[in-house]
Design a protein around this ligand. Structure first.
Ligand code: ADP
Ligand code: MG
Length: 238
């Protein structure tokens, strides 16, 4: 499962309305990219879905269940942070195992899940290293591993590649797409980078000042943009 529905979701910080009211449906297994210029509300929208921010009004449903106001841990989602969110003093194994230890799973169950995540992410030979002994790409994979072991109904990524160099970004982009192909789990991926959006998404959500300008496949947006904003944004990769 991994169906996420937003109904009239509104978010204000004090007197500032950041998300005026969004309706959106994300299907199970979709790779959805939220794209738009800096400050348009991508991170806020993702954090609302994750439960890291409370909605001002509106509802969020996950697999038909109303989770509006529910704590992040109750939503069955996993947020993938940038690789610098790893614990530098812990081994790769313990970094990946961390959420399972917090959930008090027994040793053998933890070991099994960590081994499987390491296999999927090609980290089997690096489990005893510290993050500082890994490449940037390997560190990003450890951050993803920490999400995989929780077997979430959806993965949420907020610009996970923005602190990597261009070559590594390209490689990681392919790796995340390949991971989606393997797991077939819903992924929501936030970026301000049109190329990432066009190459990774099943469905792109174009945001502008907290509003959805258009939702569609990369080809839809490219060939049939609804307005000049979408045409300009998608049509002019930086
Ligand atoms: P993006 O991720 O697209 O760059 P954000 O979601 O981070 O945009 O921010 C959208 C808008 O909301 C910005 O104008 C930002 O300043 C504002 N904002 C985000 N978080 C807060 C907060 N905690 N308090 C006040 N304003 C915020
Ligand atoms: Mg952001």
């Amino acid at each position: 499962m991994g169906n996420i529905t937003l109904k009239k979701v509104n978010k204000s910080f004090g007197a500032t309305q950041v998300i005026p009211g969004i309706d959106l449906n994300i299907e199970d297994g979709e790779f959805v990219v939220f794209v738009g210029p800096s400050g348009c509300g991508k991170s806020t929208l993702l954090r609302l879905i994750a439960g890291l921010e409370d909605t001002t009004s509106g509802t969020i449903e996950i697999d038909g269940r109303d989770v509006t106001g529910a704590a992040p841990a109750k939503r069955g989602l996993a947020m993938v942070f940038q690789s610098y969110a790893l614990y530098p003093h812990m081994s790769v194994r313990n970094n990946i195992a961390f959420p399972l230890k917090m959930a008090k799973l027994d040793h053998s169950a933890i070991d099994k899940k960590v081994t499987e995540a390491a296999r999927i992410l090609n980290l089997t030979n690096y489990l005893d290293r510290r993050p500082g002994q890994l490449s940037g790409g390997q560190r990003q994979r450890v951050a993803i591993g920490r999400a995989i072991v929780r077997e979430p109904s959806a993965f949420l990524f907020d610009e996970p590649l923005s602190n990597l160099d261009a070559a590594l970004r390209g490689t990681m982009r392919l790796e995340i797409s390949e991971l989606h192909h393997q797991l077939q789990t819903t992924m929501i991926y936030v970026t301000h980078d049109q190329v990432e959006a066009m190459t990774m998404a099943d469905k792109i959500v174009v945001l502008n000042a907290g509003n959805i300008e258009q939702v569609g496949s990369p080809l839809d947006l490219y060939h049939r943009p609804d307005n000049l904003f979408v045409a300009g944004f998608i049509g002019s990769p930086r």
